[in-house]
Ligand binder design. Structure first.
Ligand code: SOE
Length: 414
């Protein structure tokens, strides 16, 4: 437990999946790392009083409120943690920054470039007054990913030629899966692209130190209509992210009404990075059998490194500088005390999990606030990701680089 008596009183808005993951991190961070300040889980916010009271008890928050505007304005709150659907990120973060609160905002930063620009500008203004802000691209803080970046920065891969990134899920393959808020553009901003594509955009830029300068994309919505949730959730669940769309259940008494899916189910794009690398990205929620499968491979002139989230304690490393007879992919178990973040956990070989990346995120955020430095990724970094998301969307809509294959004149033998 931190010996410091400096407290950071945290207020968190939202308590669904990310709220639970962030709560786990706030609960553990000062018990694992000796930091110059201690996070106090002071206040949690959600619109449904009963549900947020339950969340406060279950997740370990001292108190709860149903009014996020109250939360961001209170003198007894120092940090605001935004864990809501994307359509409320800007409003909450802008109010919190204006009130002089340090802000951690879940990814993607916003639903639009204009919102993200406003948030980055407000963060820069607040930074001048010592206010810190960070966007929650947590996968940067998987030790193996941070080590990937170090290998690239140390020149162990040489000149980066290829980046190959996929993030695959399958939770909406069933066409009967209801029309939840993540499938609504006005709530989520985009579908697989912004939700999981944003992660591989940020992660690959972080690891390579290069930025995406241009894209050519296709997107698809495979299932265009889905059943509205059986019961109207109203707005109650929307802030908390768990709830379905504001549905009204059955229209004619014969099963639920349906509504349009207004976001992408899958996005595929090629990209050029400013260091000369050629990249491919795939983000899909229709990769049947893939539950949360993030994989990144970086090919360089001197070697290759591969990260697979399903084996998040490991890296595959091919060192082309080794004697030819000894060349091959080695498996690095990233659990040594010298590996990023690992000194605070268990002895070598005792692996960590998905949730630890959030604890590492809170560690770095607390240390940045307490020592007066700006944490990464900043809102400006997250704005750049938002600009890539926007370019992918525009490219897919324009279809400008799409060339049809000339139909065969005669039937082609099967
Ligand atoms: C999507 O289902 C999701 O919850 C993302 O929103 C998170 O960012 C990712 O960490 C896990 O999958």
């Amino acid at each position: 437990m931190s010996t410091t008596d400096k407290q950071l009183r945290v207020g968190m808005v939202g308590y669904a999946f990310m709220g639970a993951a962030h709560s786990q991190a706030w609960r553990t961070v000062n018990r694992v790392y000796d930091l110059p300040a201690r996070a106090r889980m002071a206040l949690i916010c959600g619109r449904d009083a009963g549900k947020v009271a339950d969340a406060a008890d279950r997740l370990g928050w001292e108190a709860y409120t149903t009014d996020w505007r109250d939360l961001v304005s209170r003198d007894d709150i120092d940090v605001v943690d935004v864990c809501t659907p994307g359509d409320s990120h800007a409003e909450i973060a802008l109010a919190a920054l204006a009130a002089g609160k340090h802000v951690l905002c879940e990814k993607p930063l916003a639903n639009t470039v204009s919102e993200a620009r406003a948030m980055a500008a407000a963060a820069a203004t607040a930074q001048a007054a010592g206010v810190r802000s960070m966007c929650g691209f947590n996968y940067r803080r998987v030790p193996a990913v941070t080590m990937m970046r170090q290998l690239v920065a140390d020149g162990r891969l040489g000149v980066i030629r290829h980046v190959r990134a996929t993030y695959l899920q399958d939770w909406i393959v069933d066409p009967q899966f209801p029309l939840v808020w993540r499938l609504q553009k006005d709530r989520a901003g985009s579908g697989a692209l912004g939700d999981i594509g944003a992660h591989i955009i940020d992660l690959t830029q972080f690891v390579t130190g290069q930025r995406i300068t241009g894209v050519s994309a296709v997107t698809e919505t495979f299932v265009k209509e889905r059943p509205l949730p059986a019961e109207s959730s109203g707005l109650a669940a929307s802030v908390d992210g768990a709830g379905p769309v504001d549905g009204h259940g059955s229209v004619d008494g014969h099963g639920p009404a349906t509504g349009p899916v207004t976001v992408d189910d899958a996005a595929v794009f090629v990209a050029r990075l400013d260091g000369g690398a050629l990249a491919t990205y795939e983000a899909s929620r229709f990769a049947t059998g893939r539950k949360n499968a993030l994989r990144v491979e970086i090919n360089g002139s001197l070697g290759t490194v591969v990260f697979d989230l399903e084996r998040l304690n490991e890296l595959e490393f091919y060192d082309a500088t080794r004697p030819t007879a000894e060349q091959g992919f080695s498996r690095i178990l990233v659990t040594e005390g010298e590996h990023p973040y690992m000194s605070a956990w268990w002895p070598p070989g005792h692996i960590i999990g998905y949730e630890h990346s959030f604890t590492h995120q809170m560690r770095d955020f607390i240390e940045a606030i307490a020592t007066g430095v700006d944490p990464a990724p900043s809102f400006a970094d997250a704005l750049q990701v938002q600009l890539v998301l926007d370019a992918v969307t525009r490219s897919a809509e324009l279809g400008s680089s799409w060339t049809e294959v000339e139909p065969a004149l005669a039937p082609v033998a099967a």
